[in-house]
Structures are given as C-alpha cells and as structure tokens.
Write a protein that binds this ligand. Structure first.
Ligand code: M1P
Length: 253
C-alpha cells in the first residue's frame, strides 16, 4: 500500500514488453495517458528495457520518450537518458574483448545451423552496445513468424536448451545468458542485467518499485525484481500494470 512520499522520493521503474506494451507492440493511448497524466505527478517514472533506444522509442511513441519519462534505461541501463539527456554508454565489446566475442558468435552460429525450425529469417545475432541478442528464428522475421516461433519454443524449449548449451560451452566466461522476450536470448557480462540501472540513478529515493512480467528465474526481469534495493511487482499484461498502479495509489479507474 502506498505511503505518502513526495514524487522525488519514490521511483517506479517499468519493463516495456509485456508490462507497458504487448510484446513488440506500441503503447496504447490509454496506458500512456494513465502513466503520464495520473501516475507521473505522484512519482518519478522510468523505463528499463533490454532493447536499444530505437526499439524502445518506437514502442513508446517516438524519441520524446526520453522527455516523457524521467529515466529511460536501454539495454538494461548500459545506455541511459535522464530528463532527456544521454548520460553516456559502456560497451560490451570493450569489456569482453574480440577473442571471447568471436568464439561466442562462432559457437552460436554453429549451434543454430543444426536447428530445424518452422522458419528461419535474418539477423540471428544483433550486436548492441551493451549486449548481444541471439535469435534462432532471426530478428528480421515477420510478426506472424515471431508468434509461430514463440509457440514452437514453448513446446520444444528451443531457447532454454540453447541457453544450457551456452552455459556448458562458456562456463567461466563471465557472460550471462537470459531469455529475451519471445524470440531471443540476451547475452551480457554478469552484473549487466537490469540491476545495472540501479547503480546509475542520480536521485535519493526512499522507495524504488519495479514492475515486470519476466520475473521468474531465467527471465530478464528476475534479478531486478528480486534485488534488495527494489520492491518487485509481477504483472501479466499492460492492463494488469494499470490496475496494480491504480490500487497502489488509490486511483479510480
Ligand atoms: O522484452 C525485452 C526484450 O525484447 C526483445 O525480445 P524479443 O525480440 O525476443 O521479443 C529483445 O529486444 C530483447 O533484447 C529484450 O530483452
């Protein structure tokens, strides 16, 4: 239950896919208006997504997302905006080096070459600033192919088995392998999960709440949801996030 705190003492951090939007879809006007008009006056608000700024801003209605939200943490916080300003970025490549990076990419390409799936398209490994994103179907699949893969993966555990193979092949690499959204695996140095963003907060918050849907072990919200610095809220959809917020702040819907 909400104890009355001024807006600069309470921070609400939101995952994007499955929490504020349907996977890969844009935020609805209803959820956006609720957040910006009714919740933002009561609390500092931030986004923390595994995706890069281009994808997050597309889903959140354009690049002015960095002004609408007090914080926007992309790639788990490796790239971050505070009140519209880009605050600097670290790169995974500098951290892990070319040798490990190439050994890992070669392993993934070889592993994926042995998979038979309903469809395979392009962009199987996306090299981002703070992580690699590995997708057996390929990130350039269509929405229908994405959904087909998600169903097939649920049935055949393609990504879970791939993660187990990564763990076996790279046990002491310092890399973490985490299920992304529907079609991919996020790979980043240990500690560069969503808790990374907590070290980059400028404010002096008494309470930090995190809302996410992939909060089970292996999901990319797990670590921040369980972190002792946050109060975790598990949600199942954007509508559920809205209802939980309304209850929390005692707002009429
Ligand atoms: O929900 C966040 C995830 O969104 C995408 O996942 P997918 O394409 O698998 O649905 C990716 O951008 C992933 O990196 C990110 O964690």
């Amino acid at each position: 239950m909400f104890k009355s705190l001024s807006r600069n003492k309470i921070l609400l951090l939101f995952d994007v896919d499955g929490t504020l939007t349907r996977p890969m879809q844009a935020i609805t006007p209803d959820i956006e208006a609720f957040l910006l008009q009714r919740v933002k006056p009561l609390a500092t608000i931030g986004l923390v997504g595994g995706s890069d700024f281009a994808k997050i801003s597309k889903q959140m209605g354009g690049e002015d997302v960095s002004h609408k939200f007090d914080y926007v943490f992309c790639e788990n916080g490796l790239v971050h905006y505070q009140k519209g300003q880009l605050m600097g970025a670290q790169t995974m490549l500098q951290h892990v080096g070319e040798d490990l990076s190439q050994r890992f990419i070669n392993f993934c390409l070889q592993y994926m070459s042995n998979l038979r799936l309903p469809a395979k398209r392009g962009n199987f490994i996306e090299f981002r600033t703070g992580m690699m994103n590995v997708s057996p179907v390929g990130r350039s699949c269509s929405q229908a192919e994405r959904e087909d893969f998600a169903r097939y993966d649920e049935q055949h555990q393609i990504r879970k088995k791939f993660v187990a193979a990564m763990q076996e092949a790279f046990p002491d690499s310092g890399l973490k392998f985490s299920l992304g959204g529907q079609i991919s695996i996020d790979v980043f140095p240990i500690g560069w999960d969503k808790t990374y963003c907590l070290n980059r907060l400028g404010g002096d918050f008494e309470e930090i709440h995190f809302f996410g849907d992939k909060t089970d072990i292996g999901g990319n919200d797990y670590e921040i949801y369980e972190d002792s610095r946050t109060i975790g809220h598990k949600v199942v959809s954007p509508e559920d996030t809205k209802e939980q917020l309304a209850k929390f702040f005692n707002l009429d819907l």
